[in-house]
Design a protein around this ligand. Structure first.
Ligand SMILES: Nc1ncnc2c1ncn2[C@@H]1O[C@H](COP(=O)(O)OP(=O)(O)OP(=O)(O)O)[C@@H](O)[C@H]1O
Ligand SMILES: [Mg+2]
Length: 252
């Protein structure tokens, strides 16, 4: 199916194809896993299928609570139809618990609860290694306006509140996550909406009881059972029903 579409962009985890109508794209989820800015690579059979389904689930629910996003509909096991946006070159990270680079930067123990949710901005640029930036850089370099930053901050907090509750209900702690935003043009006016994906590739998810990691850190840190953990997340969210044979490698 995908062979007939025109490829627009191939990233590390996904491919964007021209959509059926102007202003739409098809987002194809690959099994490729990368970490440390592409230095570490592997194929994790079935990952794309699971992430496509989890991102669909999350984006659909975010639409229901009024958080506008690019998701239109899932087309197949690995493809979803999305609205094309002009990506704002920011990786927006929201943290509830200390982990990863924050633990390193401030010499804090992983797992320490933060007194409040913290939002960080990184400039989306692989060559520079996605450096951390402030709102000053964002406006000075015209990556986004102050109004857009306000919208991004408000939407990120809503996404965080929603995801925290959704995961807490199934015994998972949302430690942190990364999201991307883009501009949707309606004539002169550009509206900021949520884009890209929300999946165990872009979130830190810990089993609340055991503290077990159920996200991409299993790959980054060679903990094993990556697909099993992603599958566990999907199972707990109640979305494994239409994903037969993913772990066995039967999913195309
Ligand atoms: N709705 C959208 N419209 C246009 N581009 C999008 C949309 N949603 C996501 N993207 C972009 O599509 C690409 C998805 O591919 P992938 O996540 O594999 O990229 P990547 O390897 O992480 O590289 P990048 O540094 O470009 O994000 C990203 O560049 C992302 O910003
Ligand atoms: Mg990406």
């Amino acid at each position: 199916m995908t062979t007939r579409r025109k490829k627009i962009y191939e990233g590390k985890a996904k491919i964007l194809y021209e959509g059926p109508e102007p202003g739409t794209l098809v987002q194809y989820f690959k099994d490729d896993a990368t970490a440390f800015n592409g230095e570490k690579k592997a194929q994790l059979e079935g990952k794309g299928v699971i992430n496509n389904r989890i991102s669909e689930f999350v984006m659909t629910r975010l639409t229901q609570i009024g958080v506008q996003n690019h998701f239109i509909k899932r087309l197949s096991l690995r493809e979803q139809l999305i609205r094309e946006v002009e990506i704002i070159p920011l990786e927006v990270v929201c943290r509830n618990v200390v982990a990863g680079s924050m633990a390193k930067r401030f010499n804090l123990p992983e797992g320490q609860q933060l007194p409040r949710s913290i939002i960080e901005f990184y400039y989306k640029n692989d060559e520079m290694g996605d450096p951390m930036i402030t709102e000053e850089h964002i406006t000075a370099f015209n990556w986004a306006t102050t109004q857009e930053i306000d919208d991004i901050l408000a939407m990120t907090l809503r996404v965080n509140d929603f995801l925290c509750g959704m995961f807490a209900a199934v015994g998972i702690t949302l430690v942190d996550f990364k999201i991307e935003f883009g501009r949707l043009f309606e004539g002169e006016f550009a509206r900021v909406i949520l884009a890209d994906e929300i999946s165990p590739d872009s979130c830190r998810l810990w089993d609340t009881q055991s503290g077990e990691k159920l996200d991409k850190d299993r790959f980054r840190r060679d903990l094993g059972d990556v697909i099993e953990s992603y599958t566990e997340v999907a199972k707990r969210l109640g979305i494994m029903k239409d994903m037969p044979r993913v772990i066995e490698g039967g999913a195309q």
